[in-house]
Design a binder for this molecule. Sequence first.
Ligand code: SF4
Length: 433
Amino acid sequence: MNLPLMRGRELKPPLRRVDPNSNAPLAFRQANEIPSIGRPRCKLVLRFPVNPETKAFYRRFYSGTTAAEWNDWHWQFQARIRSLADLEKVFVLSEDERAAAIRHSGTLPVGITPYYASLMSRDDPEEPLRRTHVITTKEDLLVPGESDDPLSEDHDTAAPGIVHRYPDRVLFLTTGTCSTYCRYCTRARAVGKPGGEYQLTPKQWEQALAYLDRHTEVRDVLLSGGDPLSIADEKLDWLLTRLRAMKHIEFLRIGTKIPIVLPQRITKDLVKMLKKHHPLFMSLHVIHPRELTSEVSESLARLADAGIPLGSQTVLMKGINDDIAVMKPLMQGLLKNRVKPYYLYQTDPIRGSSHFRTTVDKGLEIIEGLRGHTTGYATPIFAVDAPGGGGKIQIAPDFVVGRRGDDLLLKNFEGKVYSYPDPGGTLGAEKQP
Ligand code: SF4
């Protein structure tokens, strides 16, 4: 169970801290959930930025809250909007939203940090960020092609939490907990469920680690969930240390939305701990330019300054970001924050997701609107994660127009055709110029 360290000490899995005085609902205290609410840890939290829109919000809806509490991620986590009453305190709910919240049961609970709620419209149910987090009855509509586990992750699960699909890399679903719950989540079947399949016990983590220890072909581990940054520092440090001790694992990645929806979580202590585990990359789940606030800039700067290469993953959604006027500032804003736009995904066909899904043509249209029209670094890879476990399949605009003898005919971003001398080549031969 314990990891012998070079220095002769043993590293033991830290015990989960539970505040016996906490009056938080039981769900807050499930395994892997964040430690209890407490007093602000130190005065440094006061230095975290608060954008003007958010400041006005917390003064209005959390008037008894001090700046130090607001900037304390423990406070943000425990004060999450989880119930109909919580929603009604902050939002003017539509009849549809209210009806959906009343009858909701099962997995994928409502969960929104007060900080993230401050970016949403109070009155407009169609506002993009609100649509992605406030439940509606559209989730009850099932259409052909949808399923609970469209990517067949359960089928490819080789050990608790380990999805081993690709030859040299695995997905490690470390936890079922997130700070916010996205209504389009690929793992809606499992996240936010107390005692659910990814709420792994220490014994299950050990089984997962034993699997990775045996599989020396694995050189890349992507920690996901749920959100791995919802795991307390000590426990995450323990897990990363165990992974780092495996010589065949060349690098680690963390997939997370927390720097965007709970930026206060990126404390100096967390960053100091993460720095010990290089090479460590981070994939950030970002969907809209409105998410790029001064708070998020601070959290991303802390991570980038720690030498963590940052990439983004964006889910393409109808009426939320399927517009070049939204996507271009998002991609450019990410670059300004030292995040390389990495993937743009088609929404996975989970149950009740048809209101979020747009056509694949739309994704291609957006890539065409970026490619050549802005910095190349700002153009992500557009991909469909193939239902049935086929993995990510890239879809790219076709710039090959045809062939004329030894010349390959190519179309540039403005639609103008150019020829490139390509003797002996065959590309484009099947197309009529
Ligand atoms: S943060 Fe990620 S894992 Fe959590 S609900 Fe959103 S998409 Fe799902």
